[in-house]
Design a protein around this ligand. Structure first.
Ligand SMILES: [Zn+2]
Length: 219
């Protein structure tokens, strides 16, 4: 029924929160793929494909998807034409799922919020509760909202905003993700999603967050 969001900058414990949700369910005797389903984004292969790891090296196996519709088609039998919402669409073997977890929500396309809302509605039509947890960065390295997460956050019933320790001043108030390229702050004009570049991320407070060439107003 509710949508929970775990958000904040990198190194703030978002993946750790996801691992805790999964651990609690495993301790409760629940089974992955039957009682709960964990999705990650295919592009996040830092720990191997489909692996979510907290920074204290606890790991959870997730189902890698590249699109929001990929999450939907895992759970539902979807005919060619997108039909009206009906619980008969839910795959019979997944009708007892109580919890969905999506990690790295910011990597997904803009349909994620609508897909999760539709899934939530289907479970309610079936007369069952579904707990949906999304973890993801609220802001990119420039300090601008990730549109997918902005949409998901607006739909959430509960939001945990995590903070990290600032890499510069050591205060426990870092809300920003700092991208460094060759040790220097990345430029505003750099692409938001970079794969395989020689870069480094750290967490910083607003005071110490730097972006080269940041305009006063954007858009
Ligand atoms: Zn600082």
């Amino acid at each position: 029924m509710p949508i929970f969001v775990e958000t904040g900058p990198m190194f703030s414990g978002k993946s750790g929160a996801v691992v805790e949700v999964v651990k609690r369910r495993l301790i409760g005797g629940q089974i992955a793929g039957k009682d709960f389903v964990v999705f990650s984004h295919q592009s996040d292969n830092r720990y191997g494909e489909g692996i979510i790891a907290s920074h204290n090296h606890e790991r959870v196996v997730a189902i890698p998807r590249t699109t929001s519709l990929g999450i939907m088609s895992f759970l539902l039998n979807l005919p060619e034409n997108m039909p009206d919402l009906h619980p008969g669409l839910i795959k019979p073997e997944l009708k007892n799922v109580r919890s969905l977890i999506v990690d790295e929500g910011q990597f997904f396309d803009g349909k994620l919020g609508r897909v999760l809302t539709a899934i939530d509605t289907l479970w309610r039509l079936m007369g069952k509760n579904l707990e949906i947890t999304v973890a993801g960065l609220n802001l990119d390295f420039r300090g601008e909202p990730f549109p997918t997460m902005a949409d998901v956050l607006s739909r959430a019933e509960k939001v945990n905003v995590h903070v990290a320790v600032c890499h510069v001043c050591g205060e426990n108030n870092a809300t920003m993700t700092q991208r460094l390229v060759d040790g220097q702050p990345a430029k505003w004009s750099d692409p938001v999603k970079v794969v395989g570049a020689d870069e480094l991320y750290t967490a910083r407070c607003k005071q110490h967050h730097e972006v080269f060439g940041k305009p006063i107003l954007t858009g």
